[in-house]
Write a protein that binds this ligand. Structure first.
Ligand code: HBZ
Ligand code: PLP
Length: 829
């Protein structure tokens, strides 16, 4: 219905099948056609990578069909749409996720096996799309999957970086960064839209002019760059709906610098034009050194301007009154990175559409919602006024005007409390006068949210306390979630089959609440048997990877204990390594007979350090130095191994998470806004060793303290503990292991000195010393539980059963209902 061809198109429809068929024979034909005509290899001779390309193109064709139907349907129905603005999307691989969501995985596997190829081997050929840093970016990807699956009329907007997050290479235990030129071998998952492009302007001056008797500001920009759209179809699971992730690439604009051409400087003219492309060339790694960088600010505005031109064009195609904008459009700011959007909407409405300021402001205040992902006030983004004024002079004026109005309103509310006024101002005075992007976003958004309940409480009571007191109604909490499609169905197929078997249905893949049904069987001996089998298969897969990558053979009887995430002091990888040293020290000092009682462990650590983050890089080196010692100590053997998994990314996560027995989420309380890695482990039946921080507080509520290993200071205890010297709080074992590092037990004595200094005396900001004793107790409790494999299995089943609240389906539904005001719009099949 609604998709019938127009009469003149009937002939064309007659010439092609309405939809591509998904039976193995049709798939085979499509794959071979793509080998011959797209990859341009002979269908009698092609390798695994070429087979992957042909398969990818066959899947892409099916995505395109659905994409067209969905977009046409949205256009016809004209529902209110959500536009999710994010500078980062960590998508990972597309093939495996697409075939699962399209429901054609088995057909593809059949088709390929008859051609002599193995589906799993081909899926491994694909590189990751790593257009993001970590949690924030992977969250965007999970939310896109949920938006598509739940049929929401939504689009994502982002940047098509030519170089994604750097590749981490370890040489002699040190991290080195290499560029991730992910587009080297082409990208079958995107559709280049050469005709969807917009000019984006920078620099120049603002002049006052008179228009219809009224004075107005006119921006005369100095440079123009073209933004070209690349569409990435995002298929929903169990639905025809396929939404769009539109990423912008920078190209030189169509205007020619005639001056240079005329003066005969042809080569320089071409080279200068080429420079435009650098805007979208590289993703900034998550460190603070990017703040105040012109290129970074250019990226932000480039992305914002192109996206809004596109959104406004679509709105105008069918609407002629901007007052209807808030009924048709919701704009989500994923952190402050896209926050210039609020200023840009004001500029377009006032300067280009000639609305009055008040009318424009009214519209802006109804369309934006803002999610913040950080806890630390010092991590909030600031843009130096000089930089902003030179790159975007008109935007700076508008920010000043917004701030002037805000300050006037505030004075009426709180009087002349200058301290508070200056803290809440969008403009920060000081050595470097700057724009506070978080303040701007809060002032202009109708809703502000944190990413877990604890995080939102901290926003209300600490980080944005003043704003909360002013506008309590704006503040909400939305606990993060992850998609069970990628994190169970794609990455852990055997667990997926087991869950469906015991629940008697696959419906949980779209309706995660059904997982709770597993609770009923948590003590069932047959389920235990099968559950252990599945876990063993996944551990084998991981062990093979470890051996191939590091040459270290690990025992499957050992507890696989994993901490994988970006390396940050607050995430406390150092605490983990120090406790591994403690474990090593204990084993060394034991009688041989005692050693038999030790629960064997394989400790797996992985994560990237931002290139400029020296402490994080030292932690990586320490991990390697300790591993070198332990893994080669004959006294220790299989009792303890330490493995660093290099280049942690989405596909590494897909392999490691299903094989983990225990995973660590041990940030200092009050520092992890949410954490999403923990949710993926939980869904996969891995037990958690954790502090009560971010979303783990809510995980405790779902599965009960008794099913995890908790330790450490609580958030309200942290300030007082920081006042005490570490030497008064740290147990002797702590001083002993730090001394081992200091004394050069693992070499590189001088290099590690600053790490040791940072956790002793008055400098133990992240409380490693004071949490050490309770951390060791939690570790001992995990060892004890692991000995009783039936008990462990029961805890594991209860973890999966209780993970339903942490699906991004729940998160997205919550946003849709209480923040965005959008409803499902289901394209007919
Ligand atoms: O966002 C993370 C939080 O640390 C984590 O607790 C939370 O679960 C997750 C999703 O809400 N924050 C980030 O991942 N932040 C970044 O990646 C980042 C990227 C660019 C920046 C700053 C931070 O300039
Ligand atoms: N990086 C990658 C590749 C991930 O898959 C995830 C989440 O699973 C994260 C970072 C965030 O992990 P965490 O929430 O533990 O910091």
């Amino acid at each position: 219905a609604g998709l019938e061809p127009k009469p003149k198109a009937e002939k064309m429809f007659a010439l092609m099948d309405r939809f591509l068929s998904n039976d193995p024979v049709s798939l085979q034909k499509d794959i071979l056609d793509h080998v011959e005509y797209t990859v341009a290899r002979s269908r009698f001779s092609f390798d695994d990578f070429e087979a992957y390309q042909a398969l990818a193109h066959s899947v892409r064709d099916r995505l395109i069909e659905r994409w067209h139907d969905t977009q046409q349907y949205f256009k016809r129905k004209d529902p209110k749409r959500l536009y999710f603005l994010s500078l980062e999307f960590l998508m990972g691989r597309s093939l495996s996720n697409s075939v699962i969501n399209l429901g054609i995985r088995d057909q593809c596997a059949d088709a390929l096996s008859q051609l002599g190829f193995e589906y799993e081997v081909l899926a491994e050929q694909e590189g990751d799309a790593a257009l993001g840093n970590g949690g924030l970016a992977r969250l965007s990807a999970c939310q896109m999957d949920s938006l598509a699956t739940l049929d929401y009329p939504a689009w994502g907007y982002g940047l098509r970086y030519q170089y994604g997050l750097f590749r981490q290479v370890i040489l002699d235990g040190f991290q080195h960064e290499q560029p991730d030129y992910w587009l080297n071998f082409g990208n079958p998952w995107e559709i280049e839209r050469v005709h969807v492009s917009y000019p984006v302007k920078f620099y120049g001056t603002v002049e006052e002019e008179t228009l219809n008797g009224k004075s107005c500001q006119v921006w005369l920009p100095g440079e123009t760059v073209e933004a070209v759209a690349y569409d990435n179809p995002i298929p929903g699971y169990g639905t025809r709906n396929t939404i769009n992730l539109r990423l912008w690439a920078a190209k030189p604009d169509g205007q020619y610098d005639m001056e240079s051409y005329n003066t005969g400087d042809y080569i320089n003219a071409v080279v200068n034009r080429q420079r435009a492309e650098t805007i979208s060339s590289v993703l900034y790694p998550d460190d603070r050194s990017h703040q105040g960088k012109e290129l970074r600010l250019k990226q932000h505005y480039f992305f914002v301007s192109a996206s809004l031109q596109d959104i406004i064009r679509r709105f105008k195609d069918g609407h002629n009154n901007f007052d209807d904008f808030p009924e048709k459009i919701a704009l989500q700011l994923n952190d402050t990175h896209p926050s210039l959007a609020v200023v840009e909407v004001m500029r377009v409405l006032v300067d280009e559409e000639h609305l009055g300021w008040d009318q424009a402001w009214n519209i802006v205040c109804k369309i934006f919602s803002f999610t913040t992902h950080t806890v630390l006030p010092e991590a909030l983004e600031k843009i130096p006024v000089d930089l902003l004024g030179s790159l975007l002079p008109r935007h700076l004026q508008i920010i000043y005007d917004i701030n002037f109005n805000f300050m006037e309103e505030l004075k009426k509310r709180i009087g002349l409390d200058f301290n508070r006024l200056s803290q809440m101002s969008i403009v920060e005075e000081g050595a470097v006068k700057s724009i506070r992007m978080a303040n701007l976003s809060i002032v202009c958004s109708h809703t502000v949210n944190g990413v877990s309940r604890m995080h939102s409480e901290l926003l209300k009571t600490r980080v944005f306390k003043d704003f909360y007191e002013l506008w309590p109604h704006k503040f909400q909490y939305k606990t993060n979630g992850v998609t069970q499609r990628r994190w169970i169905v794609v990455s852990n197929p055997s667990l997926c089959a087991l869950i469906s078997k015991w629940l008697g249905t696959e419906a949980w893949i779209r309706d995660i609440d059904l997982l709770i049904g597993l609770q009923e069987f948590a003590a069932d001996a047959d389920l235990h048997q099968e559950w252990k089998m599945v876990r063993k298969v996944n551990k084998m897969r991981l062990a093979e990877y470890i051996e191939a990558m590091s040459g270290v053979k690990v025992s499957l009887d050992a507890m696989f204990d994993v901490q994988i995430k970006r390396i940050h002091e607050y995430k406390r990888q150092l605490l983990n390594i120090l406790s591994i040293i403690h474990r090593y020290d204990c084993i060394k000092n034991m009688e041989k007979t005692q050693r038999r009682k030790v629960v064997p462990r394989v400790c797996i650590v992985g994560g990237k350090a931002a290139p400029g983050y020296e402490v994080a890089k030292k932690i990586i080196k320490l991990c390697h130095a300790v591993a070198e010692k332990i893994n080669n100590d004959a006294d220790v053997g299989d009792l303890l191994k330490l493995i660093f998994v290099p280049d942690y990314n989405v596909s590494v996560a897909e392999l490691v998470i299903p094989g983990a027995d225990l995973s660590q989420h041990i940030s200092t309380a009050g520092h992890e806004a949410s954490g999403t890695g923990c949710m993926k482990f939980l869904m996969n039946g891995c037990l958690l060793l954790a502090t009560a921080d971010g979303s783990t507080v809510e995980i405790i509520e779902e599965i009960g303290e008794e099913n995890m290993f908790l330790f450490g200071a609580k958030v309200h205890e942290v300030p007082a503990l920081r006042e005490k010297s570490s030497d008064d709080k740290a147990p002797l074992q702590f001083s002993r292991v730090v001394r081992m590092v200091r004394d050069g037990h693992f070499g590189f004595k001088d290099y590690f000195k600053s790490l040791c200094d940072g956790v002793e005396g008055d400098s133990d900001f992240y409380l490693l010393g004071s949490d050490f004793a309770s951390y060791l107790e939690a570790q001992a409790a995990a060892d004890k539980a692991f000995v009783d494999q039936e008990k462990w299995t029961q805890m594991s089943i209860l973890s999966t059963a209780g993970s339903g609240r942490f699906s991004s389906d729940r998160t997205v539904e919550d946003y849709a209902e209480t923040t965005w005001g959008i409803e499902p719009c289901t394209c007919p099949s």
